[in-house]
Design a protein around this ligand. Sequence first.
Ligand code: TYM
Length: 331
Amino acid sequence: MKRIFSGAQPTGGFHLGNYLGALRNWVELQHEYESFFCVVNLHAITIPQDPQELAKKTREVARLYLAAGIDPQVSTIFIQSDVPEHAELAWVLNCMTRISELDRMTQFKEKGRSQRENTGVGLFDYPVLMASDILLYQTDLVPVGEDQKQHLELTRDLAMRFNRDYGETFRIPEPFIPKIGARIMSLSDPAKKMAKSDENPNGSIALLDDADTIRRKLKRAVTDSGTDIRFDETRPALMNLLTIYRLLTEQTPPEIEEHFAGKGYGQLKGELADVVVEFLQPFQERVRGISDEELDSILEMGRERARNEACKTMDEVKTRLGLSGSGAPRN
Ligand code: TYM
């Protein structure tokens, strides 16, 4: 069976973009692939975090995976820091990554380069840790939003470089980027993606937002000029609202256009709020229904399964590199 790996950071509010661009697809794909879904808390500390808050958010994200429909009997759900091989392989890959490759990463340019003097090395190195996450599990497919595409290209390059220099070791992963929903935009600025790090809380809808907050945020969402409700590429704010509507209702664009014929932005925002609330309320109930004990046992099971696979790859990597403890090959 082919494999999937994906993950999300336990920082800020997990939002509709994360759900529609990534998590939703994980739920669908988990039945066709052997799946590993990770809460990437080591990535989170590339920027300063409050320790208590980080620990809380880490468990919260695991709950969101479960509430969205990731089945722990079918998929492996685990916490990145529970599997030390992620950091270990990242070190090995660091030694094969060129500074120039990381310097080209647009996410680093956006987040760190502006304040180069004060930026941690971890933020610069972020994509190498991500490559290590993926390659440790001999992953075939990585379902992500569009913003991760460049990181996936680096992952593939590193895997091919290692295989060329030390012999076939890693499977070369492919990205899975959905045709619709791969880039949900901010509600307050349709030129920017919806992001956990957005300073303006009105730009994104968190999966744990209450109904009033959701209605208020959608009411305030910016719109473009023009009045009719159509899937119109030249009106990005409207396209974004319609894309969210489309994905949550599973209706086709002609059906949606017909439904909103003769209606205006106010009506669309109101109905979209109903759709989002209707989707998120049962979701939030499921989150609350997961006990600490249940979560502990799921994460413990996930840790074991993940470590088992990670150790196999790491053993091979060490043998290839001549790093086996005794100096002699293990096999
Ligand atoms: P993160 O935590 O920022 O986001 C989790 C997932 O959500 C997607 N996403 C979006 N999709 C559509 N519209 C948006 N506005 C939007 N914002 C975020 C992201 O593309 C991602 O799929 N580096 C990763 C985490 C990671 C990872 C990995 C992913 C670490 N190791 C290995 C895959 C494989 C990140 O920061 O995601």
